[in-house]
Write a protein that binds this ligand. Sequence first.
Ligand code: TMP
Length: 213
Amino acid sequence: MSLGKFIVIEGIEGAGKSSAIEVVKRILAENNIEFISTREPGGTPLAESLRDIVKSAEHNEVLTQETELLLMYAARSQLLANRILPALNSGKWVIGDRHDLSSRAYQGGGRQFDDQVMDVVADVTLKGFKPDLTLYLDITPEQGLSRAQARGELDRIELEKIEFFHRVRDKYCEIAANDQTIITIDASDEMTLVHKNIRQQLAIFISENMETH
Ligand code: TMP
């Protein structure tokens, strides 16, 4: 049985991840590719409990940056072992709503953890595992956050100041510029244009990987 492929959608709040994921699901279905979808942090019962902790703005004590970092990776470890790897090993493709690049951008960029610290935690958790394709939806924090605010109440991380999101975006862009498996999509465009772009990129990826799925 051949291995499935892991496709991840990334971007700051308000970049349009959810609708992009629906487009990716539709395209895989049109190509008769079996898949599962996951989200991070979360995606298993235990990892979803960790998600509740990191997203809640209502703790009675300060949630330290170190705890936040480690909870992200704890959730990722659960998801990788219990859902992502079993699916890929059975030949299914996996669509990820966020993965390690989010930690690099939010904890590495936003919280300013050193690259070396990030590398160590990532190595312990992932042991070299990485997505086959990442679609990074790029948008300015001003545009993204105004969309996120229009959606309703903000979670603990969404309540950060705009400078935090500028550091997150800068880190996304820096990493994307140096990794050929990450494709940057301009998410400030009209939605139909963004989705058309995603379709084009996925068509190329699927045709390159058709014989292996
Ligand atoms: P979302 O998936 O609804 O966007 O919420 C997840 C939040 O958690 C979002 O603000 C990004 C943040 N996050 C990190 O800070 N680090 C991570 O590694 C992941 C996966 C998410």
